[in-house]
Design a protein around this ligand. Sequence first.
Ligand code: GAL
Length: 415
Amino acid sequence: MKRTLMSAAIVASTLATSAQVASAAESLSVLHWWTSGGESKAIRVLKDDMDKQGYEWKDFAVAGGAGAAAMTALKTQVMSGNAPSAAQIKGPLIQDWADQGVLVDIDKSATDWKAQLPAQINKTMMSKGHYVAAPFSVHRINWLWINKAALDKVGGKPPTTWPEFFALADKFRAAGITPVARGGQPWQDMTIWETVVLSQGADFYRKAMIDLDQKTLTSPQMLQVFQTARKIQGYFDKGSTGRDWNLATAMVINGSGGMQFMGDWAKGEFANANKKADVDYICAAAPGTSNAFTYTVDSFVFFQQNGKKEATLGQLALAKTIMSPAFQEQFSLYKGSIPVRQDVSMDKFDACAKKSYADEQTTIKSNTFFPSFAFGDVQSSATEGAITDVVTGFMNSNEDPQEAMRKVAAAAKVK
Ligand code: GAL
Protein backbone atom coordinates (compact mmCIF):
# COMPACT_ATOMS: atom_id res chain seq x y z
CA MET A 1 0.00 0.00 0.00
CA LYS A 2 2.74 2.33 1.08
CA ARG A 3 4.76 1.50 -1.96
CA THR A 4 1.79 2.20 -4.27
CA LEU A 5 1.24 5.59 -2.70
CA MET A 6 4.89 6.28 -2.90
CA SER A 7 5.05 5.50 -6.61
CA ALA A 8 1.83 7.48 -7.12
CA ALA A 9 3.54 10.41 -5.43
CA ILE A 10 6.55 10.04 -7.67
CA VAL A 11 4.28 9.92 -10.72
CA ALA A 12 2.37 12.97 -9.42
CA SER A 13 5.53 14.93 -8.82
CA THR A 14 6.87 13.98 -12.24
CA LEU A 15 3.58 15.12 -13.77
CA ALA A 16 3.74 18.37 -11.82
CA THR A 17 7.24 18.98 -13.06
CA SER A 18 6.36 18.29 -16.66
CA ALA A 19 3.20 20.41 -16.33
CA GLN A 20 5.32 23.27 -15.02
CA VAL A 21 7.75 22.83 -17.86
CA ALA A 22 4.88 22.69 -20.34
CA SER A 23 3.32 25.86 -19.05
CA ALA A 24 6.71 27.54 -19.00
CA ALA A 25 7.36 26.62 -22.60
CA GLU A 26 4.47 25.27 -24.61
CA SER A 27 5.99 23.85 -27.70
CA LEU A 28 4.54 24.69 -31.08
CA SER A 29 5.12 22.28 -33.93
CA VAL A 30 4.88 24.19 -37.16
CA LEU A 31 4.58 22.68 -40.62
CA HIS A 32 5.47 24.90 -43.59
CA TRP A 33 7.34 24.85 -46.91
CA TRP A 34 9.51 27.93 -46.58
CA THR A 35 13.02 26.63 -47.17
CA SER A 36 14.67 28.91 -49.78
CA GLY A 37 17.07 31.66 -48.64
CA GLY A 38 14.49 34.46 -48.59
CA GLU A 39 11.71 32.22 -47.27
CA SER A 40 13.79 30.90 -44.35
CA LYS A 41 14.78 34.40 -43.36
CA ALA A 42 11.14 35.47 -43.31
CA ILE A 43 9.78 32.55 -41.25
CA ARG A 44 12.66 32.96 -38.79
CA VAL A 45 11.16 36.31 -37.79
CA LEU A 46 8.12 34.43 -36.50
CA LYS A 47 10.19 31.79 -34.77
CA ASP A 48 12.27 34.44 -32.98
CA ASP A 49 9.15 36.33 -31.97
CA MET A 50 7.59 33.18 -30.48
CA ASP A 51 10.90 32.35 -28.74
CA LYS A 52 10.80 35.76 -27.10
CA GLN A 53 7.28 35.10 -25.89
CA GLY A 54 8.51 31.89 -24.26
CA TYR A 55 7.23 29.31 -26.72
CA GLU A 56 9.36 26.53 -28.07
CA TRP A 57 9.27 26.36 -31.89
CA LYS A 58 9.50 22.89 -33.38
CA ASP A 59 10.15 23.46 -37.01
CA PHE A 60 8.65 21.04 -39.51
CA ALA A 61 9.77 22.41 -42.86
CA VAL A 62 8.96 20.29 -45.89
CA ALA A 63 10.92 21.48 -48.92
CA GLY A 64 9.15 21.93 -52.24
CA GLY A 65 7.89 25.21 -53.67
CA ALA A 66 4.14 25.81 -53.50
CA GLY A 67 3.75 23.12 -50.86
CA ALA A 68 2.73 19.93 -52.67
CA ALA A 69 5.08 17.80 -50.55
CA ALA A 70 4.10 19.69 -47.40
CA MET A 71 0.42 18.88 -47.96
CA THR A 72 1.20 15.17 -48.26
CA ALA A 73 3.28 15.28 -45.07
CA LEU A 74 0.46 17.08 -43.27
CA LYS A 75 -2.11 14.42 -44.17
CA THR A 76 0.21 11.73 -42.85
CA GLN A 77 0.77 13.62 -39.59
CA VAL A 78 -2.92 14.21 -38.97
CA MET A 79 -3.87 10.63 -39.82
CA SER A 80 -1.29 9.26 -37.42
CA GLY A 81 -2.63 11.45 -34.61
CA ASN A 82 0.32 13.85 -34.66
CA ALA A 83 -1.33 16.95 -36.02
CA PRO A 84 1.01 19.94 -35.78
CA SER A 85 0.04 22.98 -33.71
CA ALA A 86 -0.01 25.04 -36.89
CA ALA A 87 0.31 24.35 -40.60
CA GLN A 88 0.66 26.45 -43.72
CA ILE A 89 -2.53 26.05 -45.73
CA LYS A 90 -4.41 28.39 -48.00
CA GLY A 91 -7.55 29.00 -50.02
CA PRO A 92 -10.50 26.58 -50.00
CA LEU A 93 -8.32 23.92 -48.35
CA ILE A 94 -8.76 25.92 -45.14
CA GLN A 95 -12.49 25.22 -45.16
CA ASP A 96 -11.89 21.59 -46.17
CA TRP A 97 -9.73 21.03 -43.10
CA ALA A 98 -12.22 22.90 -40.91
CA ASP A 99 -14.99 20.62 -42.21
CA GLN A 100 -12.98 17.62 -41.01
CA GLY A 101 -13.52 18.92 -37.46
CA VAL A 102 -9.80 18.93 -36.62
CA LEU A 103 -9.11 22.68 -36.39
CA VAL A 104 -9.58 25.13 -33.51
CA ASP A 105 -10.89 28.64 -33.90
CA ILE A 106 -8.70 31.60 -33.07
CA ASP A 107 -11.47 34.21 -32.67
CA LYS A 108 -9.92 35.47 -29.42
CA SER A 109 -6.87 36.67 -31.35
CA ALA A 110 -8.79 38.06 -34.28
CA THR A 111 -10.44 41.05 -32.64
CA ASP A 112 -9.65 43.62 -35.34
CA TRP A 113 -9.09 41.37 -38.35
CA LYS A 114 -12.36 42.12 -40.12
CA ALA A 115 -11.50 45.82 -40.20
CA GLN A 116 -7.89 45.15 -41.23
CA LEU A 117 -8.26 42.60 -44.02
CA PRO A 118 -9.52 43.03 -47.58
CA ALA A 119 -13.06 41.55 -47.51
CA GLN A 120 -12.40 38.58 -49.79
CA ILE A 121 -9.28 37.60 -47.84
CA ASN A 122 -11.11 37.96 -44.54
CA LYS A 123 -13.74 35.50 -45.79
CA THR A 124 -11.10 32.93 -46.76
CA MET A 125 -9.71 32.94 -43.20
CA MET A 126 -13.07 31.84 -41.77
CA SER A 127 -15.22 28.76 -41.50
CA LYS A 128 -18.83 28.89 -40.34
CA GLY A 129 -18.45 32.36 -38.88
CA HIS A 130 -15.20 31.67 -36.99
CA TYR A 131 -11.60 32.54 -37.76
CA VAL A 132 -9.62 29.37 -38.34
CA ALA A 133 -6.62 30.76 -40.25
CA ALA A 134 -4.17 33.62 -39.75
CA PRO A 135 -2.91 35.38 -42.90
CA PHE A 136 0.72 36.43 -43.41
CA SER A 137 0.88 38.60 -46.47
CA VAL A 138 -0.21 39.21 -50.04
CA HIS A 139 1.99 37.85 -52.79
CA ARG A 140 1.43 39.09 -56.33
CA ILE A 141 1.78 36.43 -58.99
CA ASN A 142 1.63 38.32 -62.30
CA TRP A 143 5.18 39.64 -62.21
CA LEU A 144 8.02 39.47 -64.66
CA TRP A 145 11.53 39.75 -63.12
CA ILE A 146 14.30 41.05 -65.37
CA ASN A 147 18.05 41.30 -64.85
CA LYS A 148 18.83 45.02 -65.28
CA ALA A 149 22.42 44.67 -66.56
CA ALA A 150 21.27 42.11 -69.14
CA LEU A 151 18.43 44.40 -70.19
CA ASP A 152 20.83 47.34 -70.59
CA LYS A 153 23.31 45.17 -72.45
CA VAL A 154 20.76 44.32 -75.15
CA GLY A 155 19.31 47.83 -75.12
CA GLY A 156 15.84 46.57 -74.18
CA LYS A 157 13.00 47.86 -72.05
CA PRO A 158 10.46 46.01 -69.89
CA PRO A 159 7.90 44.53 -72.30
CA THR A 160 4.26 45.52 -71.90
CA THR A 161 2.86 43.35 -74.72
CA TRP A 162 3.62 39.85 -75.97
CA PRO A 163 5.21 41.07 -79.23
CA GLU A 164 7.55 43.26 -77.13
CA PHE A 165 8.25 40.33 -74.87
CA PHE A 166 9.23 38.04 -77.73
CA ALA A 167 11.36 40.76 -79.33
CA LEU A 168 13.26 41.14 -76.05
CA ALA A 169 13.56 37.37 -75.67
CA ASP A 170 15.18 37.24 -79.13
CA LYS A 171 17.69 39.91 -78.11
CA PHE A 172 18.60 37.98 -74.97
CA ARG A 173 19.07 34.84 -76.99
CA ALA A 174 21.29 36.64 -79.50
CA ALA A 175 23.41 37.87 -76.57
CA GLY A 176 23.85 34.33 -75.23
CA ILE A 177 21.51 34.87 -72.26
CA THR A 178 18.77 32.32 -71.50
CA PRO A 179 15.69 34.43 -72.30
CA VAL A 180 13.26 32.78 -69.85
CA ALA A 181 14.69 31.30 -66.66
CA ARG A 182 12.13 28.61 -66.01
CA GLY A 183 11.77 26.23 -63.14
CA GLY A 184 10.28 23.02 -64.48
CA GLN A 185 7.75 21.89 -61.90
CA PRO A 186 4.01 21.65 -62.54
CA TRP A 187 3.09 24.66 -60.37
CA GLN A 188 5.70 26.80 -62.10
CA ASP A 189 4.32 25.92 -65.54
CA MET A 190 0.94 26.83 -64.15
CA THR A 191 2.27 30.21 -63.01
CA ILE A 192 3.30 31.06 -66.56
CA TRP A 193 0.11 29.73 -68.11
CA GLU A 194 -2.16 31.48 -65.60
CA THR A 195 -0.35 34.75 -66.29
CA VAL A 196 -0.95 34.32 -70.02
CA VAL A 197 -4.65 33.70 -69.23
CA LEU A 198 -4.69 36.98 -67.27
CA SER A 199 -3.11 38.81 -70.20
CA GLN A 200 -6.29 38.10 -72.18
CA GLY A 201 -8.10 40.49 -69.85
CA ALA A 202 -9.59 40.56 -66.38
CA ASP A 203 -13.01 39.34 -67.52
CA PHE A 204 -11.42 36.48 -69.36
CA TYR A 205 -9.46 35.43 -66.25
CA ARG A 206 -12.58 35.64 -64.10
CA LYS A 207 -14.66 33.53 -66.47
CA ALA A 208 -11.89 31.00 -67.15
CA MET A 209 -10.24 30.49 -63.76
CA ILE A 210 -12.89 31.50 -61.23
CA ASP A 211 -16.16 30.58 -62.95
CA LEU A 212 -14.55 27.73 -64.93
CA ASP A 213 -16.92 28.70 -67.72
CA GLN A 214 -16.84 26.04 -70.45
CA LYS A 215 -17.49 28.50 -73.28
CA THR A 216 -14.52 30.61 -72.21
CA LEU A 217 -12.33 27.57 -71.71
CA THR A 218 -12.92 26.47 -75.30
CA SER A 219 -12.88 29.93 -76.93
CA PRO A 220 -10.53 31.23 -79.65
CA GLN A 221 -8.96 33.40 -76.93
CA MET A 222 -8.12 30.30 -74.92
CA LEU A 223 -6.53 28.80 -78.00
CA GLN A 224 -4.39 31.93 -78.18
CA VAL A 225 -3.34 31.37 -74.57
CA PHE A 226 -1.99 27.94 -75.48
CA GLN A 227 -0.29 29.30 -78.59
CA THR A 228 1.42 32.05 -76.57
CA ALA A 229 2.47 29.55 -73.90
CA ARG A 230 3.91 27.33 -76.64
CA LYS A 231 5.91 30.26 -77.96
CA ILE A 232 7.25 31.08 -74.48
CA GLN A 233 8.31 27.43 -74.15
CA GLY A 234 10.67 28.01 -77.07
CA TYR A 235 12.75 30.35 -74.88
CA PHE A 236 13.41 27.92 -72.01
CA ASP A 237 16.86 26.38 -71.63
CA LYS A 238 17.44 22.64 -71.85
CA GLY A 239 18.21 22.28 -68.13
CA SER A 240 14.89 23.67 -66.95
CA THR A 241 13.11 20.35 -66.41
CA GLY A 242 12.51 19.79 -62.70
CA ARG A 243 14.41 22.93 -61.68
CA ASP A 244 13.42 24.60 -58.39
CA TRP A 245 11.98 28.11 -58.62
CA ASN A 246 14.76 29.70 -56.57
CA LEU A 247 17.40 28.24 -58.89
CA ALA A 248 15.60 29.87 -61.81
CA THR A 249 15.58 33.13 -59.82
CA ALA A 250 19.31 32.66 -59.20
CA MET A 251 19.81 32.67 -62.98
CA VAL A 252 18.17 36.10 -63.19
CA ILE A 253 20.20 37.25 -60.19
CA ASN A 254 23.51 36.22 -61.77
CA GLY A 255 22.57 37.30 -65.28
CA SER A 256 22.73 33.92 -67.00
CA GLY A 257 18.95 34.27 -67.35
CA GLY A 258 17.14 37.36 -68.61
CA MET A 259 13.59 37.06 -67.26
CA GLN A 260 11.45 34.95 -64.95
CA PHE A 261 7.69 34.73 -64.46
CA MET A 262 7.23 34.24 -60.73
CA GLY A 263 5.35 35.47 -57.67
CA ASP A 264 7.16 38.07 -55.60
CA TRP A 265 8.75 35.60 -53.21
CA ALA A 266 11.38 35.82 -55.99
CA LYS A 267 12.09 39.28 -54.58
CA GLY A 268 12.96 37.62 -51.27
CA GLU A 269 15.79 35.87 -53.14
CA PHE A 270 16.98 39.11 -54.78
CA ALA A 271 16.95 40.82 -51.37
CA ASN A 272 18.77 37.91 -49.76
CA ALA A 273 21.49 38.28 -52.43
CA ASN A 274 21.70 42.03 -51.65
CA LYS A 275 20.24 42.99 -55.00
CA LYS A 276 18.24 46.20 -55.28
CA ALA A 277 15.04 46.85 -57.20
CA ASP A 278 15.54 49.14 -60.23
CA VAL A 279 19.34 48.93 -59.80
CA ASP A 280 20.07 45.23 -60.20
CA TYR A 281 16.70 43.98 -61.35
CA ILE A 282 13.36 45.20 -62.63
CA CYS A 283 9.94 44.07 -61.53
CA ALA A 284 7.27 44.65 -64.15
CA ALA A 285 3.70 43.47 -64.44
CA ALA A 286 3.77 40.57 -66.92
CA PRO A 287 2.85 41.63 -70.49
CA GLY A 288 -0.76 42.71 -70.80
CA THR A 289 -1.56 42.33 -67.07
CA SER A 290 -0.84 45.73 -65.52
CA ASN A 291 -4.50 46.42 -64.74
CA ALA A 292 -5.03 43.25 -62.78
CA PHE A 293 -3.56 41.53 -59.76
CA THR A 294 -3.43 37.79 -59.15
CA TYR A 295 -2.65 37.05 -55.52
CA THR A 296 -1.89 34.24 -53.16
CA VAL A 297 -2.24 34.66 -49.41
CA ASP A 298 -0.28 32.37 -47.13
CA SER A 299 -1.90 31.44 -43.85
CA PHE A 300 -1.55 29.12 -40.89
CA VAL A 301 -4.38 26.96 -39.59
CA PHE A 302 -4.34 25.53 -36.08
CA PHE A 303 -4.99 21.88 -35.22
CA GLN A 304 -6.66 20.55 -32.08
CA GLN A 305 -4.02 19.45 -29.60
CA ASN A 306 -4.53 16.54 -27.20
CA GLY A 307 -8.17 16.23 -28.21
CA LYS A 308 -9.05 19.73 -26.93
CA LYS A 309 -11.52 21.69 -29.02
CA GLU A 310 -10.12 25.06 -27.88
CA ALA A 311 -6.97 26.75 -29.10
CA THR A 312 -4.01 26.58 -26.72
CA LEU A 313 -2.40 29.76 -25.41
CA GLY A 314 0.48 29.17 -27.78
CA GLN A 315 -1.79 28.86 -30.81
CA LEU A 316 -3.61 32.06 -29.87
CA ALA A 317 -0.29 33.85 -29.39
CA LEU A 318 0.96 32.57 -32.74
CA ALA A 319 -2.16 33.78 -34.57
CA LYS A 320 -1.98 37.16 -32.87
CA THR A 321 1.70 37.57 -33.68
CA ILE A 322 1.20 36.71 -37.36
CA MET A 323 -1.33 39.52 -37.68
CA SER A 324 0.60 42.05 -35.55
CA PRO A 325 1.68 45.16 -37.51
CA ALA A 326 5.37 44.80 -36.57
CA PHE A 327 5.56 41.19 -37.71
CA GLN A 328 3.58 41.89 -40.88
CA GLU A 329 6.11 44.53 -41.85
CA GLN A 330 9.30 42.59 -41.14
CA PHE A 331 8.03 39.34 -42.63
CA SER A 332 7.09 40.96 -45.94
CA LEU A 333 10.35 42.93 -46.11
CA TYR A 334 12.17 39.59 -46.19
CA LYS A 335 9.58 37.61 -48.09
CA GLY A 336 8.99 39.96 -51.04
CA SER A 337 5.27 40.28 -50.34
CA ILE A 338 3.21 43.15 -48.93
CA PRO A 339 1.45 43.11 -45.56
CA VAL A 340 -2.07 41.73 -45.70
CA ARG A 341 -3.07 44.08 -42.85
CA GLN A 342 -4.22 47.32 -44.33
CA ASP A 343 -2.83 49.65 -41.64
CA VAL A 344 0.88 48.86 -42.03
CA SER A 345 3.01 51.70 -43.42
CA MET A 346 4.77 51.00 -46.72
CA ASP A 347 7.56 53.51 -45.95
CA LYS A 348 10.28 50.91 -45.43
CA PHE A 349 9.42 48.96 -48.59
CA ASP A 350 11.11 49.10 -52.00
CA ALA A 351 9.67 50.32 -55.30
CA CYS A 352 8.31 46.87 -56.28
CA ALA A 353 6.40 46.46 -53.03
CA LYS A 354 5.09 50.01 -53.25
CA LYS A 355 3.88 49.30 -56.77
CA SER A 356 2.31 46.07 -55.60
CA TYR A 357 0.52 47.92 -52.78
CA ALA A 358 -0.73 50.68 -55.09
CA ASP A 359 -1.94 48.11 -57.62
CA GLU A 360 -3.59 46.10 -54.85
CA GLN A 361 -5.59 49.15 -53.77
CA THR A 362 -6.61 50.04 -57.34
CA THR A 363 -7.53 46.52 -58.39
CA ILE A 364 -9.58 45.91 -55.24
CA LYS A 365 -11.66 48.92 -56.28
CA SER A 366 -11.87 47.91 -59.96
CA ASN A 367 -12.75 44.34 -59.04
CA THR A 368 -9.67 42.92 -60.78
CA PHE A 369 -7.91 41.68 -57.63
CA PHE A 370 -8.09 37.94 -58.26
CA PRO A 371 -7.16 34.87 -56.24
CA SER A 372 -4.54 32.84 -58.09
CA PHE A 373 -5.68 29.56 -59.58
CA ALA A 374 -2.15 28.17 -59.71
CA PHE A 375 -1.58 28.54 -55.95
CA GLY A 376 -4.81 27.00 -54.71
CA ASP A 377 -6.43 30.25 -53.70
CA VAL A 378 -9.62 29.68 -55.63
CA GLN A 379 -10.58 26.14 -56.67
CA SER A 380 -10.58 22.79 -54.92
CA SER A 381 -7.30 20.91 -55.01
CA ALA A 382 -8.96 18.28 -57.25
CA THR A 383 -9.80 20.84 -59.96
CA GLU A 384 -6.48 22.59 -59.54
CA GLY A 385 -4.58 19.30 -59.81
CA ALA A 386 -6.49 18.14 -62.89
CA ILE A 387 -5.89 21.36 -64.84
CA THR A 388 -2.28 21.62 -63.68
CA ASP A 389 -1.58 18.10 -65.00
CA VAL A 390 -2.79 19.10 -68.47
CA VAL A 391 -0.94 22.41 -68.52
CA THR A 392 2.37 20.95 -67.36
CA GLY A 393 1.98 18.11 -69.87
CA PHE A 394 1.58 20.73 -72.59
CA MET A 395 4.57 22.77 -71.39
CA ASN A 396 6.78 19.69 -71.43
CA SER A 397 5.84 18.40 -74.88
CA ASN A 398 4.82 19.54 -78.31
CA GLU A 399 1.18 18.63 -77.84
CA ASP A 400 -1.27 20.34 -80.17
CA PRO A 401 -2.71 23.52 -78.48
CA GLN A 402 -6.25 22.61 -79.58
CA GLU A 403 -5.97 19.20 -77.95
CA ALA A 404 -4.58 20.65 -74.70
CA MET A 405 -7.40 23.19 -74.64
CA ARG A 406 -9.97 20.42 -74.96
CA LYS A 407 -8.32 18.56 -72.08
CA VAL A 408 -8.29 21.64 -69.82
CA ALA A 409 -12.02 22.13 -70.41
CA ALA A 410 -12.61 18.51 -69.40
CA ALA A 411 -10.33 18.82 -66.38
CA ALA A 412 -12.28 21.89 -65.23
CA LYS A 413 -15.25 19.57 -64.59
CA VAL A 414 -13.26 17.54 -62.03
CA LYS A 415 -14.64 18.43 -58.60
C1 GAL B 1 3.70 29.61 -52.58
C2 GAL B 1 3.69 30.44 -51.34
C3 GAL B 1 4.81 31.41 -51.32
C4 GAL B 1 6.12 30.75 -51.69
C5 GAL B 1 5.97 29.83 -52.90
C6 GAL B 1 7.23 29.07 -53.27
O1 GAL B 1 2.69 28.65 -52.52
O2 GAL B 1 2.48 31.16 -51.30
O3 GAL B 1 4.88 32.01 -50.06
O4 GAL B 1 6.59 30.09 -50.62
O5 GAL B 1 4.94 28.94 -52.71
O6 GAL B 1 7.64 28.20 -52.26
